[in-house]
Design a protein around this ligand. Structure first.
Ligand SMILES: [Zn+2]
Ligand SMILES: [Zn+2]
Length: 196
């Protein structure tokens, strides 16, 4: 499953270290190289990586809990989301195994791991969006939150949340790469349970 890494610094180690130290400004100033992914960026940066600016977490909002499918990785998200986007890029199609990703962006400092942080594995895309990190539970494979490449916000897969984040999807991004079989959910038949 794991693919050949691009040349350069050990990006997984750097990312893991920076995940654990995401609140430490002192660490950033000592290790500026740990926060640069420029070497691996695509020519047109991923929209979730570049178009959002953090205004800091809203600590007055009640935290939302979230977890992976097996429940071993769990977290809390504080504050209000910045964005809720469907991403149709090929990287999101492949990594989700679905028609698009559905991610919320929260300000840096919003996510706190409550258990299972040691079970988080990272894969760095070398094909569709080179350098783009994908974090997942290594027990069940579910995607879990990750920091954006510019480290200004968290990307939280909406399906991992245990309650309604309040915001509704706002936009389809990377629409140029959307799957040819895309059909809006409200335009196809609905069944309350699985098909027999
Ligand atoms: Zn899991
Ligand atoms: Zn995407």
């Amino acid at each position: 499953m794991r693919q050949r890494q691009p040349p350069g610094p050990p990006i997984e180690l750097i990312y893991r270290q920076s995940l654990k130290r995401s609140h430490s400004n002192a660490y950033r100033s000592r290790h500026p190289e740990a926060f640069g992914f420029a070497k691996h960026r695509r020519t047109h940066p991923h929209p979730m990586s570049t178009k959002l600016e953090s205004t800091g977490p809203n600590t007055e909002a009640a935290p939302i809990t979230g977890s992976c499918l097996c429940g071993k990785v769990a977290f809390e998200v504080k504050g209000v989301p910045l964005k809720f986007l469907y991403c149709h890029c090929r990287s999101c199609q492949k990594s989700s195994g679905s028609i698009h990703a559905a991610n919320l962006a929260f300000p840096e400092g919003s996510v706190t791991w409550t258990q299972g942080e040691d079970l988080i594995e990272m894969f760095v895309d070398t094909n569709e969006n080179p350098g783009f990190p994908r974090c997942f539970c290594k027990n069940c494979g579910s995607p879990v939150p990750k920091l954006s490449r510019n480290r200004q916000f968290w990307v939280v897969p909406s399906g991992t949340l245990d309650s309604d984040p309040g915001m509704r999807p706002q936009a389809n991004i990377c629409w140029a790469e959307h799957a040819p079989w895309f059909a809006p959910a409200d335009q196809i038949a609905k069944h309350d349970g699985p098909l027999a």
